[in-house]
Design a protein around this ligand. Sequence first.
Ligand code: HEC
Ligand code: HEC
Ligand code: HEC
Ligand code: HEC
Length: 206
Amino acid sequence: MKATNQNESKQYLWWISFVFCLLALSFFFDVWGGKRIVKNNGSVEKKYFSTETVRTPLKEPKLLKEGEWYRCNDCHQSIAPSDVKKSFFSAHESVNLEHGVNNHCLSCHSRDNREFLVDSHGDDIDFTRSELSCIKCHGVVYNDWVSGAHGRINGYWDKTKGAAEKVTCVACHDPHAPQFKSMEPSPAPVILNYLNSIVQKDEPHE
Ligand code: HEC
Ligand code: HEC
Ligand code: HEC
Ligand code: HEC
């Protein structure tokens, strides 16, 4: 009695192993699998994930006029600084000041040397440090920017791969008309095919 029981359970073991092997093979050769339709999502245009900034800050105090580059002081060393509050000078057609009550060129530009800007102490600063000229009126945003809560850092988190660069204010805001221009929204994400069918079955939302 005992011996036959053992033989029977051994037979069951063989059968079970056989069925599992068959199952494994069927999964491997995908016997029941339907044809998977993978939709071609197409590629997203580069402009939607580009890390380029909307402006290129001036690196040097130079001006392009009629196809030629001039230093600011090529002209300004012989022009007495005017203290007139004007938002437009015909000599600088590209500059039309739209910065709210900040309507004076010299609140940012150095009065005595046009190749410099001024910081909150009235000291001359380089064009490459233009963010220091924003502090006197935007101290809170400036502190946010220093701590990384405003603006953006480009480059690498992993310093072994490359440098991280904190993008400066004027790479995003035109200092003369700083309101951020509205942007075209990126296209909606393309969802996976099987999700698509679920969404289509859904009743439209009220
Ligand atoms: C081709 C000559 C020329 C060049 C180059 C030039 N400017 Fe001027 N700029 C002028 C003239 C002319 C005025 C008008 C002065 C006036 O009406 O009192 C002016 C006015 C200004 C003013 C208004 C305040 C003022 O002095 O009356 C600022 C600020 C200024 N320029 C900044 C610059 C900066 C910064 C550069 C260099 C990036 C530059 N300019 C280069 C000719 C020039
Ligand atoms: C002398 C003070 C002063 C300085 C210096 C100054 N700003 Fe402003 N800024 C203002 C005022 C005032 C407003 C509010 C304008 C309004 O809404 O009428 C403003 C508004 C702004 C805005 C919001 C614009 C909008 O409508 O969304 C930005 C962005 C800005 N400034 C950027 C800068 C940057 C960048 C600098 C430095 C290059 C700078 N500002 C320097 C006074 C200043
Ligand atoms: C809020 C500060 C601020 C005020 C106000 C301001 N500027 Fe500027 N300006 C700057 C900064 C910062 C730059 C450098 C911009 C860059 O790096 O792209 C600049 C650049 C310039 C340039 C050279 C580049 C160009 O756009 O042609 C000229 C010329 C100029 N400013 C003239 C003026 C004149 C004229 C006024 C007054 C009508 C004025 N700015 C008011 C901050 C200011
Ligand atoms: C990477 C781009 C970027 C940089 C860098 C950046 N900003 Fe902005 N800033 C923005 C955007 C986007 C907004 C929101 C504009 C909107 O809501 O219309 C904004 C809004 C602002 C405003 C108005 C809203 C507020 O919070 O008061 C000010 C002022 C301002 N920025 C100043 C600055 C100054 C000063 C710096 C540098 C110290 C700076 N920004 C750097 C992109 C930038």
